[in-house]
Write a protein that binds this ligand. Structure first.
Ligand SMILES: C=CC1=C(C)c2cc3[nH]c(cc4nc(cc5[nH]c(cc1n2)c(C)c5CCC(=O)O)C(CCC(=O)O)=C4C)c(C)c3C=C
Ligand SMILES: [Fe+2]
Ligand SMILES: [Fe+2]
Length: 356
């Protein structure tokens, strides 16, 4: 005898008369998954090596042919870099939670978004976060969403500017996870949001909050973005252009002159030419030119991380002071600021259109 399956009247996919052998089908929900870059599980050599190996083996990050890149990576870079990066992570580690600040902040952002989304949509929505490298993995989180009945998922890489080494690889990983599912959810990936007025206003507010506390107004505001090889831009990645546009929109929102705001790029890696100017050199040049008081912010990062808390606040700061600079005001990332949460909620709501 053939088992018969009866769908409910509402046509929502619930089985009202399913045979005992039939897999359970929870009621249909919509999932919102926030994705960030990732983080090592700990700062020791092997945890760092595992993390950096996964990260730097990603073709979206370093796109050299594997036969050329892997021997260099595994035999040379990964014998040294886990020590220097481990030291950097150790200096900023959240000791209370025993995790990196990026993980702590992403969790808090997700909690705040969950509160807002549940207030709007109740039990019809599930919210969680995942990482591209390390844990919680994209695969595990999307799997959990499916188990909770999410038939539609808004997948949100938390990068204001689109970048192939960030946004595209996060999306690739989400689709790789779906490749293994017998019943895939429908998925919407969230586009870049650097030009949304609410995001720009949140950035501008973060600048004015810091400026209002300062005794001497900085003569230069530096917007420092994570760099990429110049070749990526020439091959069609819009990241560099979106960074410049972010600075312009921020400057206009603040009402600052062109001379008062610069764009620079940090974290150069390897021998290839990267987009510039390099922040670490640029701040030294500014100090030598007589800009003794500067402020710096990082609009490419939605959360403070090793690149801001260690590289900017330690390495780039040292470079400015060594060149004769006097005050260096770091403007924190938007993190879990209320205006940032409002901006992210607006982006999510836009993508949920027609689904909830
Ligand atoms: C080697 C090439 C790299 C490219 C290209 C790259 C682009 C890129 N990265 C971010 C955001 C983040 N990167 C972070 C850390 C980090 N990035 C690289 C390398 C490249 N990034 C490395 C090796 C590391 C690890 C730290 C180190 O060893 O220096 C982070 C911080 C993660 C954390 O846990 O704190 C972020 C965020 C963007 C936006 C970007 C360009 C589009
Ligand atoms: Fe990076
Ligand atoms: Fe860095």
């Amino acid at each position: 005898m053939t088992d018969s399956v009866v769908m409910d009247q509402a046509g929502e996919g619930r089985l009202t008369n399913a045979p005992a052998s039939h897999p359970g089908v929870p009621s249909a929900k919509v999932g919102v998954v926030v994705a960030n870059l990732g983080t090592p599980d700990a700062t020791d050599y092997w945890s760092m090596r595992r993390y950096l190996s996964e990260f730097l083996s990603d073709k979206r990050v370093v796109d050299y042919a594997a036969w050329k890149w892997q021997p260099l990576l595994q035999l040379i870079i990964l014998t040294k870099r886990p020590f220097s990066s481990g030291k950097a992570y150790k200096s900023i580690w959240n000791k209370e939670k025993d995790e990196s600040p990026l993980l702590t902040i992403t969790r808090v952002q997700t909690e705040k978004l969950t509160e807002r989304l549940k207030a709007l949509y109740g039990e019809n929505v599930e919210v969680d976060f995942c990482m591209r490298y390390g844990n919680p993995s994209t695969k595990s989180v999307l799997g959990r969403m499916k188990e909770k009945g999410c038939e539609r998922i808004v997948f949100f890489p938390l990068y204001p500017q689109y970048g192939s080494p960030t946004t595209a690889t996060a999306n690739d990983e989400a689709f790789r996870a779906l490749m293994k599912m017998k019943w895939q959810p429908a998925i919407r990936t969230v586009p870049a949001y650097f030009d949304r007025p609410t995001y720009i206003q949140a950035l501008a507010n973060s600048v004015t909050d810091v400026y209002s506390q300062l005794e001497t107004r900085p003569t230069k505001l530096v917007a420092s973005y994570h760099g990429v090889p110049e070749r990526y831009l020439l091959e069609g990645d819009p990241y560099h252009c979106q960074c410049h546009k972010t600075t312009r929109l921020l400057r206009e929102a603040l009402g600052f002159s062109k001379e008062e705001v610069d764009t620079a790029f940090q974290s150069q890696f390897g021998p290839e030419k990267w987009v510039g100017p390099q922040t670490v050199e640029h701040v030294a040049t500014l100090a030598r030119q007589g800009h003794k008081h500067i402020a710096i912010l990082s609009p490419a990062f939605s959360a403070d991380c090793v690149e801001t808390l260690e590289e900017i606040k330690e390495e780039i700061y040292d470079s400015f002071i060594a060149a004769g600079g006097e005050t260096f005001s770091y403007i924190p990332c938007l993190n879990d600021r209320e205006d940032h949460m409002d901006a992210l909620l607006e982006v999510i709501n836009n993508e949920l259109s027609g689904w909830l």
